[in-house]
Write a new protein. Structure first.
Length: 114
């Protein structure tokens, strides 16, 4: 499509940040947002983002292929999609079951407990 990998990566990161921020606001307004839990994951995400950016930058310099960003992004999305099918109350399988039974699909607790 002619889009440089850095631009594609930045665009997808912005969209992910925007959509996740909206979800955080919705959970907070519904009083289902554990602030200490979220702060812990914000810290971990920031550390992981900087670490990943450093590693990818080194690999691009070493290999000379900026398209590595696209492959890493595609792999991450693939792993995320596969992991949605777990049995803990979230995921594609749960959504399909609720659609078939015509159940309520509103917001549930962020930290699912059985």
């Amino acid at each position: 499509m002619g889009v440089p990998p850095q631009v594609a990566s930045a665009t997808s990161t912005f969209i992910i940040t925007f959509s996740s921020s909206i979800s955080v606001i919705q959970y907070y307004l519904l009083h289902r947002f554990p602030v200490p839990f979220a702060a812990y994951f914000v810290f971990l995400s920031i550390v992981a983002a900087f670490t990943g950016q450093h590693i990818i930058r080194r690999l691009i310099i070493l290999l000379g292929q900026a398209s590595l960003i696209i492959f890493v992004l595609a792999f991450t999305i693939f792993v995320s999609a596969i992991s949605l099918g777990n049995d803990r109350g979230v995921g594609v399988a749960n959504m399909v079951e609720k659609l078939e039974r015509k159940e309520h699909m509103g917001f549930e607790n962020l930290c699912y407990r059985s």
